[in-house]
Design a protein around this ligand. Structure first.
Ligand code: FAD
Length: 653
């Protein structure tokens, strides 16, 4: 990149992108903290400082600087080298929850339901905000509030919400089908003539070209609602692309053809074969498409599973509505050897709705139920615009306390696990290390952290916990001055199969409570970009490790340059000027994202009781284990169900 290109992109422009909180780095990694400071009396908790409001922070969010260094020093075995005296707070709780994501918050909720509202609960969270992946990105642009999810987006699952998870939503006042009908507007962009496009980049396809009017796809309901009538066929669309005639022909054949590629076989036998080959192999070896189709499809599966089509079974892709199977006579319903998501969606899935900040609203509603004085308001609608008072989250007199910026470093039974009556929990906050005690502890944090917190766990359980490699993802929110370029080009979302960010879309339109989405292209708006880094060709878990490393070693400046470059190349024909039009950027980096879901191409077909997640979540004395990882999947209903199980195990032992 030349200096003049950087100048054109606006890399020198002052936008809202602070990597620091209140001007001070909250790097609390013990390796970064001088020994002398580790035992000193520290300042007040960061969350009590005036102006503390994490959702408005921009720059590198998700696993932000300061949230993971302690965990990594525990992993590397260096943390305790620097620790002097521990500060015993003398605090005693009925329950301590490690992890303030939806699972941890739900665990606190279920515990109080059973143990009584006066039960004393402490939630410790290493990030500067509660919610975990359900993170809120909040912007104030053009005089109005703009919201987007920094992670967990949808109330949606491959299986219907269980009575436990559904019951919790009801208690919080959320009625997903009704909310979806009332608050989601899927017509606005269509009414303005905006649809989908594909951006072909020169590095992958030989030239930069935006081709507008992608024909509808059955797996994308928002597109299919408006697009199908407008675009006559794939052949017409593909003719406008830089793809070779042979590749165009084969993509059209995949998208529109009615061929049965396994004639004479029963549906069940076809499904069995498809469950053992990747979608890539299906396209190349069964459909016998030209290898030139692969770059067009390679990254289609990333959003759902975090790997490309080389590592995702064809049968799973069929269940998610991918093309190529239309003429094969596959009967509806799941089959043996399918991933959790695919098997569920093949049978119908759950309802769908999302708040403007995604499931961060669920986290905020849970916090309101636990610490009412911290989240004003009374309804699931008004929580969207409520201003959280972070200084009220950790008050001594309150039965529930939520302590942010507090990385738990050790959890142990007091005495032998079989007879222990209490657990001791040690955590680091800013420059100090503290201990608290509780009658029980739910670990609602990421499963692979657990062996480092509880080194006394049985070896088999630690191995099982390590098996579950979370899926790395990055969700970026970009605030722009207006969306006139989108209007001129006739697009609301762009798939970019070869680019750094394969998906780019205008913020979805949801109007709820006092929150209003922008309706005029002259207004500012947020754009959502996403990416799941990996290394095609490797087994899924190896790809995730590779992607995690990539995310942790990419600087904000590097992310910013890719964002500006891609937006400029995609939108400049509509008059978009990256230097002038970009107002704010928040990069939500999740090196430990989706909970690992078993992949039929790589994982053994264990019996239920031998699955790593089932072995990994075994109770250990006064310590139980929640989080979606414990279900080997990545959905909010699982986070809630696992919290319920972990609390039950604690109360019933
Ligand atoms: C980008 C992204 C998009 C997603 N989209 C959806 C979606 O649309 N719908 C859906 O249902 N699900 C989605 N998910 C899955 C999501 O993981 C779950 O729905 C749910 O939010 C997970 O909740 P959890 O509490 O189990 O885990 P988390 O949200 O991960 O919470 C665990 C918390 O524990 C904390 N923690 C870890 N170690 C420690 C420690 N040592 N001390 C203290 N705290 C610790 C973590 O920092 C984290 O905040 C998405 C996930 C990601 C990453």
């Amino acid at each position: 990149m030349t200096d003049s290109y950087d100048h054109y992109l606006g890399m020198n422009r002052a936008i809202t992108r602070r990597d620091f909180l209140n001007g001070t780095a909250i790097a609390i990694g013990a390796t970064l903290v001088p020994r002398s400071l580790m035992t000193s009396t520290g300042p007040e908790e960061p969350q009590n400082r005036p102006g503390y409001d994490p959702p408005v922070e921009t720059g590198l969010r998700g696993s932000h600087p300061g949230s993971f260094e302690i965990g990594h020093s525990l992993r590397d075995g260096t943390f305790w080298e620097n620790v002097g005296k521990l500060n015993d707070t003398g605090e005693m709780y009925d329950l301590v929850v490690v992890g303030g994501g939806i699972s941890g918050l739900a665990a606190a909720h279920f515990f109080r339901e059973r143990a009584g509202a006066s039960a004393r609960v402490l939630i410790l969270e290493n990030h500067d905000d509660f919610g975990g992946h359900a993170k809120r990105n909040e912007f104030h642009l053009g005089g109005r509030l703009h919201l987007l999810n920094g992670g967990t987006l949808l109330i949606d699952s491959p299986t219907p919400y269980s009575p436990v998870a559904d019951g919790l939503l009801k208690k919080l006042g959320i009625d997903p089908p009704q909310f979806d009908a009332k608050f989601t507007d899927r017509k606005l962009y269509h009414s303005l003539g905006l649809g989908s496009a594909v951006f072909f980049d020169k590095e992958t396809f030989g030239e930069d070209r935006l081709v507008v009017g992608t024909p509808g796809r059955s797996w994308d309901e928002e597109e299919s609602a408006g697009q199908k009538q407008r675009h006559s066929s794939w052949i017409e669309f593909l003719a406008k692309t830089p793809l070779s005639p042979r590749v165009q022909q084969d993509i059209a054949r995949i998208e529109e053809a009615k061929s049965d590629y396994m004639p004479g076989m029963r549906s069940a036998d076809k499904k069995s074969l498809l469950s053992k080959m990747s979608y890539r192999d299906f396209l190349l070896n069964v459909v016998k498409a030209d290898p030139g189709v692969v770059p067009f499809y390679q990254r289609r599966t990333e959003g759902e599973w975090g790997v490309g089509i080389d590592a995702e079974p064809a049968l799973d892709c069929w269940a998610l509505g991918f093309p190529g199977f239309q003429g094969m006579g596959l009967e509806r319903g799941s089959a043996p050897h399918m991933s959790y998501s695919a098997a569920g969606y093949a049978n119908g899935g759950s309802y769908r709705f999302h708040f403007p900040d995604g499931n961060a609203s669920i986290a905020r509603l849970l916090v309101r139920s636990l610490v009412p004085e911290a989240v004003p308001g009374h309804t699931a609608e008004d929580v969207v615009t409520a201003q959280v008072d972070y200084a009220r989250l950790d008050r001594e007199a309150a039965p529930v306390r939520i302590r942010l910026n507090s990385a738990v470093v050790r959890v142990k039974n007091v005495g032998q696990p079989a007879s222990a009556k209490e657990a001791e929990i040690t955590y680091a906050s800013e420059t100090q290390v503290f201990t608290v005690r509780a009658k029980g502890c739910v670990l609602a944090c990421w499963n692979m952290v657990v062996p480092f917190l509880c080194p006394d766990l049985p070896e088999q359980q630690k191995q099982a916990l390590h098996y579950l490699v979370k899926v790395p993802l990055v969700y970026t929110s970009v605030g722009i001055r207006n969306w006139i370029a989108f209007q001129k080009l006739g697009i609301s979302r762009v798939s970019a199969p070869g680019s750094y960010w394969p998906d780019l879309s205008l913020n979805a339109v949801v109007n709820i409570g006092e929150y209003r989405s922008p309706t005029s292209p002259e207004e500012s708006i947020l754009i959502h970009l996403s990416r799941a880094p990996g290394k095609p060709g490797l087994p899924a878990r190896e790809q995730h490790k590779f992607g995690r490393y990539e995310l942790l070693t990419t600087t904000f400046e590097d992310f910013e340059r890719t964002i500006r470059d891609q937006l400029a190349r995609t939108l400049s024909a509509g008059g978009f000027d990256p230097a002038r039009d970009i107002e704010a950027i928040t990069v939500n980096r999740w090196p430990h994202g989706y909970g690992y879901e078993y992949n039929p191409l790589f994982d053994p077909d264990w019996p239920e009781e031998q699955r790593p997640n089932v072995i990994g979540r075994r109770r250990f004395g006064r310590i139980t284990i929640a989080n979606t990882d414990s279900a080997a999947t990545a959905y909010t209903d699982a986070a809630i169900d696992q919290a319920h199980r972990a609390v039950s195990e604690l109360l019933e032992s």
